[in-house]
Design a protein around this ligand. Structure first.
Ligand code: HEM
Length: 146
């Protein structure tokens, strides 16, 4: 199933390798992006029991999630980690609508950060942006908890 998905969204070995390069550009901005995400979630009162200790824990896991996404080889480790994310959200009864909307918020923030980095001239951007499709599409595979 995941192999079909990867082929469908045209993720090949080169794309996977370049994911690491993207993460090097994004990593310095990730703490700010993740912090803003949880501030927003609190403002909108999404999720119950989102206490300081829970959010503190989640900020670390959230950042690890994006690091592993860009560094992913779509192996068993990746599958297990997205399964865990799905199970935890199911257990807290999170409406998938909020998961997908939350994911979109994060993706946009990362895309904006990428656009604001010192990228090579526009003609060279495609190889950098192609791997970005991966996190763009992952809610399809990890947003619907199975
Ligand atoms: C938008 C509404 C969301 C709410 C209310 C929410 C809430 C939570 C809660 C309460 C947990 C369990 C925390 C714990 O007790 O350790 C959790 C786990 C987690 N969430 Fe979310 N979440 C949301 C969206 C997202 C999104 C969009 C992502 C994107 C990747 C995400 C990534 C994670 C990760 C990585 C974990 C930890 C899984 C693990 O332990 O391996 N969450 N979330």
């Amino acid at each position: 199933m995941i192999k079909d998905l990867l082929r469908f969204i045209e993720i090949d070995n080169d794309t996977v390798q370049r994911g690491g390069e993207i993460w090097q550009l994004l990593e310095p901005r990730a703490d700010t992006i993740v912090h803003a995400f949880y501030v927003r979630m609190r403002n909108f009162k999404i999720g119950s029991e989102m206490t300081d200790p829970v959010i503190g824990r989640l900020k670390i896991k959230q950042k690890q999630h994006w690091a592993s996404l860009f560094g992913s080889k779509f192996d068993d480790e990746y599958a297990n980690s997205v399964r865990r994310v799905g199970i935890q959200h199911r257990d807290i009864n999170l409406d998938p609508m909020w998961y997908v909307a939350g994911y979109m918020t994060l993706k946009i923030a990362f895309a904006e950060a990428l656009a604001n980095t010192a990228l090579p001239p526009i003609v060279n951007r495609r190889p950098i942006l192609t791997p970005y499709r991966r996190p763009m599409l992952t809610p399809l595979s990890d947003g619907f908890w199975r």
